[in-house]
Design a protein around this ligand. Sequence first.
Ligand code: RNT
Ligand code: ZN
Length: 413
Amino acid sequence: MTGYETAKAQFADWGVDTEAAISALKEIPISMHCWQGDDVVGFEKKSGSSGGGIQATGNHPGRARTPDELRADLDYAYSRIPGRHRLNLHAMYLDTDESPERDEIEFRHFAPWVDWAKDQGIGLDFNPTFFAHAKADDNLTLSHPDKGIRDFWIEHGKRTREIAAQMGDALASPVVNNIWVPDGYKDVPIDRMAARARLEASLDQMLAQKIDKNRMLDAVESKLFGIGVEACTVGSHEFYLGYAIRNNTVLCLDMGHFHPTENIADKLSSVALSVDEILLHVSRPMRWDSDHVILQNDDILMMAQELVASDLLGRTHVGLDFFDATISRTAAWVIGTRNMQKALLRALLLPMSELKDVENALDFTSRLMLTEEAKDLPFGAVWAEFCARMDVPCGKALISDLASYQSKVAART
Ligand code: RNT
Ligand code: ZN
């Protein structure tokens, strides 16, 4: 018997079908974020630092400097991640010789990305970029008191929706267009209500045009605080939860955007009773929204477990949001994305119906025993089998492979 066959029998003994878990995992696309590849710099000719509290720290060699380099790195990363996934692109990653302002961007500025995605057979997701721009230097965009600045950003947002819709058409897969604005105040504001009313009015204008959900989906992302906006974030969780419910948008939950003691996984079932679809930014905050590469830690395992236990995979878009410039950027993608998949596989391999039964019978002892004994089952053999079937390396082979790619890009300066 192979390692997998033994594992399969052991899981079967617990009433768990490893084949069903593998089939289910194969169908879960992870939306990998382009910005891990270049430290959130983007390809605008004149962009400055990210701002808005987004900080990639580190200077590991190999940052992608051009769209072609970024695509080459992505090609490599996808080839080492089992399954078919998506790319989450930010508007600042346009690929054109022109220098359109943010309120002038059009689909054609992103055409090379769409062609590439088509070739690769991957879907795209999209984001307006409301940071790294002179008109965002005050950390106020859609809620800025100046109508001219609000209008500039509203136009940017409208254009990203149109671009996203056209991407969705081209790829025959709806594009999630996620809105995150850095708006907030360093020190205690007097008129929070006015700022929030302005944000709401701007969003209403930006989203006024109805677009078919088979083409693109609007998502809104909240945040607790950022560096430089410690006192107040205009787009708080309560703000966007209400907004998403009233306007029927997707709600984005970023794991770094809550108080460190909050359990983000616990929020899924609650918000899912009020919104149709959820977007996740799976991340690892360390003391703050530090966007470390995700580990197979309790937070991620719990998130995956909730998606499975609450049957939310069908209406949750799993996106990643981390960026670490102190390690190989391609390895960060591969490790982080595979960790998300491993967490999902672990969740899919739980004896879920038995767990639910004992919980309903108030048999909490058995529930605890089951969850803890299940941790000893040979999950690694199932993962290795999945990788083998999907023709990607795992274990030791992956380590040398990641290192060899990194050595190819290390000369970039
Ligand atoms: C910022 C948000 C946002 C960004 C990306 C680049 O705190 O998490 O999602 O990370 O848009
Ligand atoms: Zn995020």
